[in-house]
Design a protein around this ligand. Structure first.
Ligand SMILES: [Zn+2]
Ligand SMILES: [Zn+2]
Length: 316
């Protein structure tokens, strides 16, 4: 106890409260605080500040989700207001109105506060049940985090492909998935615009990978899960952005799905069911309509360029 308290007193300037000092002993017995980096110390301090790991994990999870979700959507809202960016819009005639964006925001917020918030309190106990490290420091190495996150991407993409395809089956579509398809030309904020059951079903793909890995290896830190969720949020919001920019990932990673892929799903209501990668739709043939549409658009663009060139030659 002395070691933990004195380390915290010296490094964090906290722990004057005996209850907090006791918590430090309970949570961080045997941890060498002098060897921790700034982030790891801040992490431990966060858990000690709240004095209750369930609360500390719950608040961090919820706040992180809100900041990343709405923070990542803001650039797309701004881009929608820039006529110079229209040339990158996948369905350029369909710019979301302010009312659509506001209605969508209200619906997503309502879902976050009524459906997600209560569930988030069970997150820490479930993590502990599977043996996930939560308050523990130090953090895992970057290489460990990288291979684990790569696995989560592959698992989620496969899960999402089949679950999303199932949600397009008549009764499930009508009662659950239809809400997500209200916007045939999606925008960033619409990524989580969905029926609560859909959030639950498809969310299983996001969080199921970490729990499975943890159940088998007992080697996973919640920080890795947070980084994964942040990347997954970026993927989902960007896929709904409605823009295919020259810097968009699928332009330099050919198997990355991106907005180019998912925007077609919303425009056509079928095909392109996966989230991050193109391989499931490619091998299952569910991207045939996407490929036809893009080939048609490319041909139209080629013809227009030829016609423009011919007109230029004629006038000169
Ligand atoms: Zn769908
Ligand atoms: Zn969508």
């Amino acid at each position: 106890m002395d070691f933990v308290s004195s380390s915290f007193n010296s490094t964090l300037g906290a722990l004057t409260n005996p209850a907090t000092a006791q918590l430090a002993t309970d949570l961080y017995k045997g941890t060498d605080f002098n060897s921790l980096n700034v982030l790891e110390k801040a992490w431990a301090n966060w858990y000690l500040y709240w004095g209750n790991p369930v609360l500390a994990t719950g608040i961090m999870s919820f706040v992180l989700h809100e900041i990343v979700y709405f923070g990542r959507a803001i650039p797309w809202i701004i881009i929608d207001q820039m006529p110079s960016m229209r040339k990158y819009k996948l369905q350029d005639e369909k710019i979301p109105t302010a009312k659509q964006q506001w209605d969508c925001t209200k619906s997503v917020l309502l879902s976050h506060f009524t459906v997600e918030l209560p569930q988030i309190w069970s997150f820490h106990p479930i993590c502990e049940y599977f043996g996930m490290a939560t308050h523990e420091v130090p953090f895992p190495s970057l290489s460990t985090m990288a291979w684990q996150i790569a696995l989560f991407f592959v698992f989620e993409d496969a899960f999402h492909y089949w679950a999303h395809r199932a949600l397009h089956w008549g009764p499930l579509y009508k009662h659950i998935h239809k809400k997500h398809h209200e916007f045939s030309a999606p925008f960033g904020l619409a990524a989580e615009y969905a029926h609560p059951l859909e959030v639950l079903i498809l969310g299983t793909g996001t969080i199921g990978g970490p729990f499975l890995l943890c159940a088998f290896t007992k080697n996973l830190h919640i920080l890795t899960v947070y980084v994964w969720i942040v990347l997954r949020l970026f993927q989902a919001i960007d896929a709904h952005s409605g823009y295919d920019l020259p810097i968009s990932m699928h332009n330099w990673i050919p198997f990355w799905a991106g907005a180019d892929h998912h925007d077609h799903h919303h425009a056509a209501f079928v095909g392109c069911y996966a989230t991050s990668f193109r391989w499931w739709d490619h091998f299952m043939g569910t991207d045939a309509s996407y490929k036809r549409t893009r080939a048609r658009q490319a041909e139209k663009k080629r013809q227009a360029a030829l016609a423009a060139k011919a007109a230029e030659v004629k006038s000169s």
